[in-house]
Design a protein around this ligand. Sequence first.
Ligand SMILES: *Cc1c(COP(=O)(O)O)cnc(C)c1O
Length: 220
Amino acid sequence: MSLEEIKTRIAKAEAEAGRAAGSVELIAVSKVQPNQRVAAVLNEGHRCYGENRVQEAAGKWPDFRTQFIGIDLHLIGPLQTNKARQAFELFQSIHSVDRPKLANTIARLAQEVGHCPDLFLQVNTGEEPQKAGVLPRDADAFISECKTMDLPVKGLMCIPPAEEEASLHFALLAKIAARNGLDGLSMGMSSDFEIAISFGATHVRVGSAIFGARAYDTAG
Ligand SMILES: *Cc1c(COP(=O)(O)O)cnc(C)c1O
């Protein structure tokens, strides 16, 4: 696939869902991809990217930022509190706010530095023990807690269990967001972003469909 093809498919899914053209933000997930593949997509004009590790992002994006203006970087993977300060310097959005301790750290940093990335609260819709995110039954309380801290909460994020019907999880996330007055929905990846859009996704996180398979143990 190419960036253009994915953008066309997003536009089609928006239209089919009766959504406004351009209402879905495409986060190109560049984790693990070789720099030349990322540079190629930057050269096509795309500016919105996602990384799942602070360390990896710190190793490549400061360089890209000297070459391309307007880069919008999203953290989509787990964040340790001791990396929060670094995450503030690198990312415009954090999609993995998943516990009060992290929310507190972010609130304190925001006070100190005078700005805060846009935040998405991660919900573990599949209640998988190995996965990050608050449980659906704890989501309302966590959302209120974050609002009390004056955090810029834009919406919710989920990663459905691989072996389950993603649509059930997208519907659940949309329902939790709606009853809490949140508009942002970060959901949908290479295999299911069109379904996510039909359930109201505002941010889709698409990696391999744009860049090709991730080569974890070779230079790619
Ligand atoms: C890697 C990753 C993606 C992208 O996955 P693809 O299947 O390559 O599109 C999306 N979201 C998160 C949280 C990821 O870690």
